[in-house]
Ligand binder design. Structure first.
Ligand code: ZN
Length: 150
């Protein structure tokens, strides 16, 4: 395992141990639930969207290290972005994990989220990493909806 992979792993472990933006968002106006039956990951994503901007975001749930770290990093990445930017990030993230490797453009669009680029080598884990993103995508699209990765 090279240094970069090691660094990526550290970041995932750190976000799993102390997830950012965890807990219920009191003034949320959109939310969605996500479920990954393959692994048993469950997530609830809360958003406060105003003037087409994600003013605040949080999540709660229970799942494996990858799904928790992904949700944590997702909330950090999306906070303060416009709805269109958040959707574009979902697309880039999804593309990164369903293609062979991260390209240069992925890195500039995704920032820290490239830590999950190694996950595409483990197909069973891809759904863990994308669950939070499928869930926010649903929350952005409708008031409340349940999504599964199946
Ligand atoms: Zn999982």
């Amino acid at each position: 395992m090279d240094d970069l992979q090691d660094l990526y792993q550290q970041l995932i472990l750190d976000h799993n141990k102390s997830p950012r933006n965890q807990g219920k968002l009191v003034d949320s106006n959109r939310q969605a639930q996500g479920y990954n039956p393959l692994c048993g990951d469950k997530l609830q994503v809360y958003l406060h969207v105003e003037d087409d901007i994600v003013k605040d975001i949080s999540f709660e749930g229970s799942g494996c290290a990858i799904s928790t770290a992904s949700a944590s990093l997702m909330t950090q990445s999306v906070k303060g972005k416009t709805v269109a930017q958040a959707r574009a990030m979902f697309d880039s993230f999804h593309q990164m994990l369903t293609e062979d490797s991260a390209s240069e453009s992925d890195e500039s669009a995704l920032g820290k989220l490239v830590v999950f680029s190694g996950v595409c080598k483990y197909p069973a884990r891809v759904k863990c990493a994308t669950l939070a993103w499928h869930t926010i995508n649903a929350a952005l699209g409708d008031a409340s909806e349940q999504v599964t990765t199946e």
